[in-house]
Design a binder for this molecule. Structure first.
Ligand SMILES: *Cc1c(COP(=O)(O)O)cnc(C)c1O
Length: 357
């Protein structure tokens, strides 16, 4: 894949690290590639960041044929820039494309595009503790037809946003509402892929929980409202009586998104000789374990926060309190290990990091 590069003629000021937040500032360039039936993916280019011009009838606006990925570039103490397991994102994007009838994108092209854009934007990769450059690849259906059919044309784009330290003052355990009315995903649906539709349907529950003082909701299965699936847009782990449980996440099926962070945590836990159980875990059993003093640690996992410790679960009229509101030792160790590898402070025996420049 050849990428043509058109440099921006003026550069935006790069914001102070302390003011970054998440997803508020965007860099000077973006990557775009087009797809048309018969012509395949073509015209890979890096151009100045700018609004898109799309036909108002484009399928993305009406039938939500679109999807995204999320990963980060990290600046090491030596000043180099590296990615964390971008091959997993490349593969997952294609699982998503297949489910949404979007033509697949060669994984090498995805990696090449991400690296090329990050290299152009390297000055935007912040260096302060806990900061990174968030990378958002996404695909949209562009065919201007209102008939309900898979589009015959698409654009694949990548934008980048410098992102602040997720935890300004150490890891802050959060309070969670166990949602037993609304659901995020159902069997045979799209829970296992990263499509915007999954997010649109999750907003109302999140908004209500937030109004009641919760950080997020814990999603239960759609059939019985009995088994735990995810927390907000993160995977969730429970340490009960020494063993670690998380919902099963299939690459090609199911209601749980197979997170790259989730998968990395499972690999680390197995290396550390923990028993990890990927399966169905009933919310009733979790509440009971808390009552019996066996619910030791609970945390969410995802690229943005890496790990988000949970201190309280409210289910119907019952509350489970976890580890006296403190982050648990295993949660802390996982956080330190993952972030250590991501920012290049720890050795990377599994070859998870990929240098860019
Ligand atoms: C992106 C996402 C995750 C986390 O995946 P990572 O690859 O670890 O960032 C978890 N759940 C949902 C619903 C997601 O969209």
């Amino acid at each position: 894949m050849e990428i043509t590069i058109t440099r921006a003629t003026s550069q935006k000021p790069i914001p102070e690290s302390s003011t970054l937040g998440f997803g508020r500032y965007f860099t000077d360039h973006m990557f775009i590639m087009d797809y048309e039936e018969g012509n395949g993916w073509h015209n890979a280019r890096i151009v100045p960041y700018a609004p898109l011009m799309l036909d108002p009838a484009a399928a993305v606006f009406h039938y939500a044929q679109e999807c995204f990925e999320g990963l980060k570039a990290y600046r090491t103490d030596a000043g180099r820039v590296q990615l964390f397991r971008p091959d997993c994102n490349a593969r997952r994007l294609n699982c998503t494309h297949r489910r949404l009838c979007i033509p697949e994108l060669p994984e090498d092209d995805f990696l090449h595009a991400v690296k090329a854009l990050v290299e152009v934007e390297q000055a935007w990769v912040p260096g302060a503790e806990g900061t990174s450059l968030y990378i958002r690849p996404f695909t949209i259906a562009t065919m201007a037809r209102l008939g309900v059919h898979a589009s015959s044309s698409y654009q694949f784009l990548i934008i980048c946003s410098p992102s602040g330290a997720y935890y300004a003052a150490g890891l802050e355990p959060i309070k969670i509402y166990v949602e037993d009315t609304y659901v995020r995903a159902c069997p045979g649906g799209t829970g296992y892929i990263k499509c915007g539709g999954n997010y649109a349907v999750s907003l109302l529950a999140a908004q209500k929980a937030e109004a009641d003082g919760y950080s997020q909701v814990l999603w239960l299965d759609s059939q019985e409202r009995k088994y735990v699936e995810e927390v907000g847009a993160m995977n969730i782990f429970f340490k009960v009586d020494g063993k670690v449980y998380t919902a099963k996440a299939d690459d090609n099926d199911g209601t749980v998104l197979p997170g790259v962070t989730r998968r990395s945590i499972i690999e680390l836990l197995k290396d550390w000789d923990y028993e990890v159980i990927e399966g169905r875990l009933a919310i009733g059993d979790i509440m009971q374990a808390a009552e019996d003093g066996l619910l030791e640690e609970v945390f969410g996992s995802g690229t943005a926060a890496v790990i988000s410790p949970i201190k309280q679960l409210d289910y119907r009229n019952q509350s489970a309190f976890i580890n006296q509101g403190q982050i648990g030792p295993l949660t802390q160790k996982l956080y330190d290990t993952l972030t250590g590898i991501q920012w290049g402070r720890l050795p990377d025996p599994k070859g998870w990091t990929v240098p860019v420049c």
